[in-house]
Design a protein around this ligand. Structure first.
Ligand code: OSB
Ligand code: MG
Length: 370
């Protein structure tokens, strides 16, 4: 496929409910949608950068400049038959994994569509439905959290993840366990603690949590190994894992027993699949994280999560949990068994609604090969 045209769009979408974590409160989500055209097909990808460098050091502005000045010029006008050929054209550029993943995902979609196969199939997916849960932000009080979780359980979500932050942690777990002793429950600290806070985690170590996600610093691997040694509950790393090499370091040091895979954080589906395969070979379960994606990114996430070692439910909820109206159709709807159905159409298998995308686009730039 010859890459003739690439377009990037800075989008702003209002969340149905604000999302509070140890990093701050979000009320709207800014991302970059990437469109690639060539050989009569159009591929779409979502770059999950946010407005400010709170979760990741990348932002909409850094990704925009790296896409415009480095990644797009590297591939525009080139003919590629595999995503790896595109990756080879940009590996000399260091870091900026979310920017790379945004473009890579659009290329995956375009190449899968050119072949007439689903992205799930092309990535090696083996399931037609993926288990999902819901990630619940910090609420005003433990009572409010219990109510919110109850509402999600009523919607059919069978796995709950709650955000924790210093001073808003053990009491939340206790309140939930009192009301819902058996529910699949996990916590996510988003790097808000230090090793000296170990008593917080000891205090929730008998709560039957599935895992404790990213308790310590966002690039740490070593201190997590010290913490894991002291806990029965599995630690799961999110922020600290940027690559297969990080995953290897984390498993060799026993820093975690579970890994959260987000394609944006690790530079794309190719690296995600490599981490998935490595973890499978070590009998370490993985699950798919989320970055409050629109339907474009969500479709790719569902496809990736259909690989066999994604054995824990993902942070891939229905479209309605995030946005009043999604920018794709069909939107993602929760099945009664707490799964989302993996699209079977070519590529990401959903149609981008251009009028809706136009309405949420605040900046657009297009690049043509001539
Ligand atoms: O740490 O998993 C995280 C959202 C933005 C940034 C980081 C995280 C999250 C979530 C939301 O937890 C998951 C979702 O998309 O449902
Ligand atoms: Mg996380």
């Amino acid at each position: 496929m010859r890459i003739d045209r690439i377009e990037i769009r800075h989008t702003k979408m209002e969340l149905v409910t604000s999302f509070e974590t140890s990093m701050g409160i979000e009320t709207q989500e800014e991302h970059i949608m990437v469109r690639v055209d060539g050989d009569g097909v159009t591929g779409w990808g979502e770059c999950v950068v946010e407005e400010l460098p709170l979760y990741s050091s990348e932002t909409v502005q850094t990704a925009w400049s790296v896409l415009r000045d480095c990644l797009i010029p590297a591939v525009l006008g080139k003919t590629i038959s595999k995503v790896e050929e595109a990756i080879a054209l940009w590996t000399k550029f260091r870091g900026h994994r979310m920017a790379k993943a945004g473009l890579e995902s659009a290329l995956w979609d375009a190449l899968a569509k050119a072949k007439g196969v689903s992205l799930a199939k092309m990535l090696g997916g083996t399931r037609d439905r993926v288990d999902v849960g819901v990630s619940v932000g910090l609420q005003a009080s433990p009572e409010a959290l219990v109510r919110k979780v109850g509402a999600h359980l009523d919607e059919g979500y069978r796995r709950i993840k709650i955000k924790i932050a210093p001073g808003r942690d053990v009491e939340l777990v206790k309140a939930l366990r009192k009301e819902y002793p058996k529910v699949l429950l996990q916590v996510d600290a988003n790097s808000a603690y230090e090793l000296s806070d170990i008593d917080v985690f000891r205090a929730m170590d008998d709560a039957g949590l599935l895992l404790i996600e990213q308790p310590l610093s966002y690039e740490d691997i070593y201190d997590h190994s010290k913490l894991q040694r002291e806990l029965k509950t599995a630690i799961c790393l999110d922020e600290s894992i940027h690559s297969l090499a990080d995953a290897r370091a984390a498993l060799e040091l026993n820093s975690c027993r579970v890994i959260n895979i987000k394609p944006g954080r690790v530079g794309g589906f190719t690296e995600s699949a490599a981490i998935h395969d490595y973890c499978a070979s070590k009998k370490i379960p993985v699950w798919h994280g989320g970055m409050l994606e629109s339907g474009i990114g969500r479709a790719g996430n569902v496809a990736l999560a259909s690989l066999p070692n994604f054995t824990l439910p993902g942070d891939i909820s229905a479209s309605r949990r995030y946005y009043r109206e999604d920018i794709v159709e069909p939107e993602f709807v929760l099945n009664p068994d707490s799964t989302l159905t993996v699209p079977t159409g070519p590529g990401i298998g959903v149609t981008v609604l251009m009028d809706r995308l136009d309405r949420v686009t605040v900046r657009r730039e297009e690049f043509r090969h001539r």
